[in-house]
Design a protein around this ligand. Structure first.
Ligand SMILES: *Cc1c(COP(=O)(O)O)cnc(C)c1O
Ligand SMILES: [Zn+2]
Length: 413
């Protein structure tokens, strides 16, 4: 394998959130080399930020917010990702008993139908910026799809590691792009541990391991788009699913950055995180209120969220609290009902994670966390066609008939 040619794009440096140590020469790193703390991108203090008009005039892609993304220079890959629909859902607002509801529909993301296209857009530009040999990831499914597709588009090698027993569409929807797909006997947490070791062995950019700081910044664009698509306003509350805990953390960061830049006014939305009861280590940490995150062994059909030891779990629990929001977990039966009800009320078929989000929003409304004054955005992060087996039993209620008028007449009467 040959390294990529040096690219016009360069990456901002990283600093440790724990001890403050900065890596002057940006390079792939999973954790701080001094204290093993989490790393974050350092933006130049003197960078010039665009105003609303400048942003509005740019192409409809997440790079319209490029000053808040971790690079200098023009993106060289995934240039057209982002700007997914924000659609108002009045019947959901009635069901929840709140003033207004919108769906942020990353299930229709133009890359591979999930929010992971955002994080891969920044990760693959980091691969270019660092001139790495290949892109890789540890994935619960959607990241695998997004990395494999982005790599195919660029013609660069991809190594994809997943738990062996993912949904068929997540596996086939990765393999079709012809990456090196490897199914690992174990949970996502086993796969992730393996990838942490691989990061030391090979010159690979592992999207959610040694490129994690760059990857995570891509998630902020969901917050930026929500604000701009609402007409440069903020909702009062946002509900999003949690796997590793990165998305909710970056939603809060994104809203905060737009407030500091003066692009929106008011207060930052309350952020609510949703998980499946069969894997809810972050929700349970929020409920306990303090102490360490206690890892869990996942047992849920919400495979995309089945991370028992989430990398950003502590940070996620903290920002949910700080934002004035909270968390809820729902059973697999509730999440199946959530998928059905969301589809029936909006025409949007979300994956299991969307069922979790919708059902959690109902639980939050029922316990009074969402109130009649609220304007709520539900983040629909993945597409239902990828997890169709979750509802396959529903087909048993569908009549099968001979092609005869009287057989239909019997159904109509
Ligand atoms: C990955 C993923 C998320 C959120 O993941 P975080 O690791 O918490 O950022 C949400 N929904 C879907 C469908 C996903 O694939
Ligand atoms: Zn450190």
């Amino acid at each position: 394998m040959t390294a990529l040619a040096p690219s016009a794009i360069t990456a901002h440096p990283l600093a440790c959130l724990n001890c403050g140590k900065t890596h002057d020469a940006p390079r792939p790193a999973a954790v701080c080399e001094s204290c093993l703390g989490p790393l974050d991108v350092v933006y130049p203090a003197d960078r010039v930020l665009p105003d609303r008009e400048t942003i509005s005039a740019r192409p409809h892609a997440l790079w319209r917010y490029r000053e808040w993304l971790p690079f200098v220079g023009e993106p060289v890959a995934a240039t057209d990702i982002g700007w997914t629909p924000l659609r108002e859902a009045p019947r959901v607002a009635s069901a929840l008993g709140v003033r207004r509801v919108w769906l942020k529909i990353d299930a229709l993301s133009s890359g591979t139908l999930s929010f992971k296209d955002r994080v891969v857009a920044t990760a693959i530009n980091a691969v270019h910026a660092f001139g790495l040999d290949a892109i890789a990831c540890a994935s619960t499914g959607n990241l695998a799809n997004a990395v494999a597709a982005a790599a195919a588009r660029e013609g660069i090698p991809a190594w994809i590691f997943v738990p062996e027993d993912l949904e068929v569409a997540k596996l086939v929807g990765t393999l079709v792009y012809n990456p090196r797909l490897v199914r690992v006997r174990g949970t996502y947490d086993d796969v992730n541990r393996l990838c942490a070791q691989l990061a030391d062995e090979y010159a690979w950019g592992i999207a959610n391991v040694n490129l994690r700081a760059y990857y995570g910044e891509g998630s902020k664009t969901m917050a930026f788009e929500i604000a701009e698509q609402l007409g440069w306003r903020l909702p009062t509350a946002v509900v999003a699913p949690m796997a590793g805990g990165s998305l909710v953390t970056k939603l809060r960061k994104g809203f905060g950055e737009f407030l500091s830049a003066g692009l929106v006014q008011g207060s930052s939305p309350r952020v609510y995180g949703a998980q499946a009861s069969g894997c809810a280590p972050i929700v349970r940490l929020v409920e306990r209120g303090e102490g360490p995150l206690i890892p869990e062994r996942p047992d849920t059909i919400a495979r995309s969220l089945a991370i028992g030891n989430p990398a950003d779990g502590l940070a996620a629990a903290r920002i949910l609290r700080e934002s004035g929001g909270g968390a809820a977990h729902v059973s697999d039966d509730e999440l199946r009902d959530g998928i059905r009800e969301l589809a029936a009320l909006t025409g949007v078929f979300g994956e299991t994670a969307a069922g979790v989000t919708y059902a959690a929003a109902k639980a939050l409304a029922a316990r009074g966390a969402l109130s009649p004054d609220d304007e709520v955005v539900l983040c629909i992060t993945g597409n239902g066609l990828k997890t169709a087996e979750s509802l396959v039993h529903d087909l048993k209620n569908v009549p099968i008939i001979a092609p005869r008028l009287r057989e239909v007449a019997a159904l109509v009467s």
